[in-house]
Design a protein around this ligand. Sequence first.
Ligand code: PMP
Length: 452
Amino acid sequence: PSSRALAEHYSAQAQAAPDSMKAFWMPFTANKQFKAAPRLLASASGMHYRSVDGREVLDGTAGLWCCNAGHARPRIVEAVKQQIETLDFAPNFSMSSPLPFVLAERLAELTPGDLNHVFYTNSGSESVDSALKIALAYHRARGEGQRTRLIGREKGYHGVGFGGISVGGLPNNRKWFGPLLPGVDHLRHTLDLERNAFSRGLPPSGIELAEDLERMVALHDASTIAAVIIEPISGSAGVVIPPDGYLRRIREICDKYGILLIFDEVITGFGRVGHAFGSQRFNVTPDIITAAKGITNGCVPMGAVFVSEKIHDAFTHGPDGAIDLFHGYTYSGHPLACAAALATLDTYAEENLFDRAIELGDYWEDAIHSLRGLPNVIDIRNFGLVGAIELAPRPGAPGTRAYEVFTRAFHEGNLLTRVTGDVIALSPPLIVERQHIDQIFGILSDIIRTTA
Ligand code: PMP
């Protein structure tokens, strides 16, 4: 049977027998609630999904911030098909195949500064834990093994590994899982609805929050601090845009004290805010970048850690034959992922997709801010092709209003959005056109207007 026929077969099966949905323990989902009224996608192409009940659904979120070139792009599909027929797997421990090398060179051309070395992972979470380990090992390799302290931020999201949740700052992701990593501190978050509500692009107020890092240096001494990890724009916390100048000031403080700066670009990488990386758009170069999602357009799991020359070089001074870094995954540099990534980079380049967030930035901004004044809308945030609409929480029932808007958008509006807490988050594929933007905010406007 064709792949489409198979997808339809399984979709029909899932729909006919909701009981058959028990075994899959869905991630980050209220499983009982979901299974009582499932939302199932059957296929996808370009800007649209098709739901199992046959509706065309506009993708307002690039899947989960990952399908930046839109869905089922022929070049990527073909590359993956050919690759699985040619070389389905090759180990990368003291053995390899050509593709990871070819891809790494291509990626190194896209990264800012001299972040010219690529360590492959399979997800954003793995990228984050790898980056934290590389930062610790880097200091140790240089004889500064006392630099063990890691600094994250309140509201930060860095995936779900123990390292990631330790430096992360979302209480629900932390509180169930014990003491986490020792020696971690958090800078305050920068979301300030009082001073910055409805600001367009970078919020004007809050640069002084970067001085939290100076306070941590004063408290612990710089000689104990290994790295600071920051999402240039945090997505999972409900889209927090950095105050104007904030990232630059963090960079200055890190430079002053020899602290490594890690940008977690799992969502801001690969064109989401213009340029290949958010670092370039913000004109602040970190020492390490973590990435995933858009690297393969979401179609094969892959992540990457990009490190600067100085970091990479610190690992190459051991005796001949010594392993540089005692870290890696069976699937680091998987051939299918590499093939998907190369075809994805070709697609981004051919269609100039990294320019889209800048070309469409003003249009996107005007469109999303046209929702200002609708009932219960307490903030709107945007940057590049990222947007957030924050709704006032219902008394005693936080999140329920946004969740209702999200489900109604899907069922009634044929629009896929993302809900996190009281925020509706948007991040369309970069192939989005003005007409889709009009459609997204037209649908959301109708639904928010009629959601009590
Ligand atoms: N870091 C950031 C900034 C993210 O947004 C995410 C995922 N949304 C992750 C890490 C984790 O990525 P993954 O789900 O692929 O592990």
